[in-house]
Design a protein around this ligand. Structure first.
Ligand code: HEM
Length: 136
């Protein structure tokens, strides 16, 4: 079980690297107007999203293996799963934003993306406390 948990944490950390960096690219993308930079950012966003998606899937598969394979239970896990569902929705919405930016259809400001960028930080803090401390 410890090997599964170790790789669960490794893929969670790698997934979060993408969940932190991709919205930061959106912040920059919403601020620039020259064609060369817009094209480069769109390329980076597409590559990053395609890279972080399978990593996220592996983090979730290993977490589910821990949950169902080793009989973990408790209020902490239910709360964690609810937050993880929010993270999956956030990830998929980022995928939609990648397409919108690539098509030049983004209408949101860089300020909006700065707030959007903070959401995964909050979720990470709560999830780690839930799974390590198990307060309920
Ligand atoms: C389908 C989604 C997920 C499921 C079912 C799941 C389930 C689990 C389970 C059962 C454990 C073992 C807990 C223990 O050993 O006490 C665990 C460990 C852990 N999970 Fe997840 N997890 C999921 C997603 C995530 C996500 C998205 C994060 C980060 C935000 C995360 C962070 C962690 C951490 C840090 C540990 C290690 C805790 C420790 O060793 O005390 N997990 N997970």
């Amino acid at each position: 079980m410890l090997w599964i948990k170790a790789f669960h944490i490794i893929f969670v950390v790698s997934w979060f690297a993408g969940l932190f960096y991709l919205p930061r690219l959106f912040v920059n993308h919403a601020m620039v107007s020259d064609a060369a930079t817009i094209e480069r950012l769109a390329l980076m966003e597409g590559k990053l999203y395609r890279f972080m998606t399978p990593i996220g899937v592996l983090a979730l598969v290993l977490g589910t293996w821990l949950w169902l394979g080793y009989g973990f239970a408790g209020g902490w896990l239910h709360a964690k799963l609810a937050l993880v569902a929010g993270l999956i929705a956030y990830h998929l919405y980022c995928g939609r934003l990648v397409k919108e930016f690539a098509a030049g259809r983004n209408a949101r400001s860089h300020v909006w993306f700065r707030w959007f960028n903070e959401l995964p930080v909050l979720v990470l803090m709560v999830v780690v406390v839930l799974v390590v401390v198990k307060p309920f």
